[in-house]
Design a protein around this ligand. Sequence first.
Ligand SMILES: C[S@@+](CC[C@H](N)C(=O)[O-])C[C@H]1O[C@@H](n2cnc3c(N)ncnc32)[C@H](O)[C@@H]1O
Length: 196
Amino acid sequence: MSEQKNKWNESFKAGRDYNPMNQILLDTILGTIKNDRRTVIDLGCGTGDAAIKLAERGMTVVGVDWSADALEKAKLKTEIAKIGTITFKEVDLNNLAEVAFDEPVDIILSKLVIAFVEDKKQFCIAVKKLLSAEGVFVVQTPVLHDGVQYLPEDKPGIAVKYNEFKELLNEVFSEVKEFNHSYYGDKGDLVTFIAK
Ligand SMILES: C[S@@+](CC[C@H](N)C(=O)[O-])C[C@H]1O[C@@H](n2cnc3c(N)ncnc32)[C@H](O)[C@@H]1O
């Protein structure tokens, strides 16, 4: 098992959870869908908060993570919520292009995950291939701005470089919108990009 994967498993075993998906993001995602098929893949779903909220709104959801501990918790939460439409898959997102899914997909969500993906361009290309013609990639991430000096306590490791990542999305997708939600301290923003 890779050292990184091990760290995530240990963190979930210790009871760690991450920011729940807020109402604004949920409504923004749902507002992007023009057809009624409404299929979603949540890449890096953690313990399933977003996956469950989307399934509760009637969407068919696949939650993907490489942490078996996170997925175990997500399945338990799904059972408690009595939601029957979520499938969970244990996958390393660094190999996304090699994984088979039922395609095409309306929404691919990746919330607080992209910073941990090794080859972000290959990942975005793999995402694009899974999407329907109208499909959207919703990626929420902390970002770092050029010219700002970040200290270890700013946790730069959980963020991506804003300019670099936006350029990459524009290379792979034909339309990119963004929503700037809130601030982490006074240096970093949390941004949701919606690409199609
Ligand atoms: C900060 S958590 C966010 C979880 C969830 N999206 C949320 O917002 O609550 C990051 C997640 O990405 C997963 N992750 C990180 N690297 C991964 C990889 N290479 N393959 C699959 N999952 C990965 C971790 O296991 C963890 O569940």
